[in-house]
Write a protein that binds this ligand. Structure first.
Ligand SMILES: [Zn+2]
Ligand SMILES: [Zn+2]
Length: 356
């Protein structure tokens, strides 16, 4: 047993799994690294829809034998020597071939754990302990926006998989649609523009919103679906070779099928926790997919290769569009006003919980 009176207590922000609106600040024993672990001082944690859904009681699981789960899966921390690190979210199940080869994002068994989500405490705590193999080293020059690495890794994985899939043909055209202008949609917009794609980003807000301006500032077009449906987009320049869907809406995901070009690929990333049901034109969708050689795939989480690729994308995006990555961080909270984080996160782009 650890002697917690010696090592003291630290602040954390936690929920009771399954209990809606249970998020609160707690004092927990300062975690002590095991023999193969390191102590990480948490600097910042990005807040996203997953945290809100866990606080609504939709999912989330406490570590074995505990009654609460510390939130926070988009973590930026520092080691003893000051080196910056980002922990990967998903931990290997220890029994499937994908987890065994560093691709725990493709886990077959479903018995993986996830920091801040499933059976492992998150980073909304002054300190965490971590297995060094789960840590990504971050260059100090990226300090200002490195808290975005976890969502960036999701974009990197989606793009990598789309490129692998499209090795099935000569994939020449370069017209992309990003559906959703949350942090993931905007990171996808920045990445695709930096890679030279022609990009349209579609979302609900009006064209003169902060998000609309940001999209246009990197040479992408912005389309407000509140003003005209997605189908309007194909009347002009035609359908899209690649669609990256990150709107959080199954409706938007299905709507985007109809603007996918022949030989195109649609990447779905929205985790939709609801139970909505409605009829869809199955003959038309089926026929479109068959006659157009079209492909739809889902992607979740990311592995080591995608976190590494995410850092490489960061470097190139920062060079191409200086300051844009940092401009995605629109809100700040700390332990003093932790309860307001879900409210603040509803407006703006990315809310960051500052710990250090
Ligand atoms: Zn997240
Ligand atoms: Zn596995």
């Amino acid at each position: 047993m650890n002697d917690y009176t010696k090592i003291g207590f630290v602040k954390a922000f936690a929920i009771s799994p399954g209990v809606p609106q249970s998020a609160r600040v707690l004092e927990v024993p300062r975690p002590e690294p095991g023999p193969s672990q390191v102590l990480v001082r948490v600097l910042e944690v990005g807040i996203c829809g997953t945290d809100s859904e866990i606080n609504c009681g939709l999912y989330g699981e406490a570590p074995p034998g505990e009654e609460f789960l510390i939130l926070g899966h988009e973590v930026l921390g520092a080691l003893d020597n000051g080196d910056l690190v980002v922990p990967m979210v998903r931990r290997p199940c220890g029994r499937c071939r994908h987890c065994g080869s560093g691709s725990q994002d493709m886990c077959d068994s479903g018995t993986f754990t996830e920091r801040g989500i499933k059976a492992v405490h998150g980073g909304l705590c002054e300190y965490i302990v971590e297995d060094p193999s789960m840590l990504i080293a971050v260059p100090p020059a990226m300090r200002a926006y490195a808290v975005l690495l976890e969502p960036m890794s999701v974009v990197a994985k989606g793009l990598r998989h789309a490129q692998l899939i499209q090795k099935r043909l000569e994939w020449g055209p370069r017209r992309a649609l990003v559906v959703g202008a949350g942090p993931i949609g905007l990171l996808a917009t920045l990445t695709l523009r930096m890679l030279g794609w022609e990009v349209v980003t579609a979302a609900r807000r009006s064209g003169d919103s902060e998000k609309g301006r940001l999209v246009r500032s990197v040479g992408a077009a912005y389309h407000s679906v509140a003003e005209a449906p997605l189908s309007e987009l194909v009347r002009g320049a035609g359908a899209f070779d690649f669609i990256f869907e990150a709107s959080g809406s199954a409706q938007a995901a299905f709507d985007s099928i109809h603007v996918l070009a022949a030989n195109g690929v649609l990447c779905l990333t929205s985790v939709t926790g609801g139970t909505a049901a409605q009829s869809v034109p199955i003959d038309r969708i089926n026929c479109d997919l068959v006659l157009g050689n079209k492909l739809i795939f889902g992607t979740v989480n990311a592995g080591l290769v995608d976190f590494t690729e995410g850092l490489a994308y960061f470097e190139r995006i920062e060079k191409a569009y200086p300051g844009k990555l940092q401009s995605l961080l629109t809100g700040r909270v700390s332990f003093e006003n932790a309860q307001t984080m879900f409210e603040i996160q509803k407006s703006g782009i990315k809310t960051v919980f500052t710990i250090d």
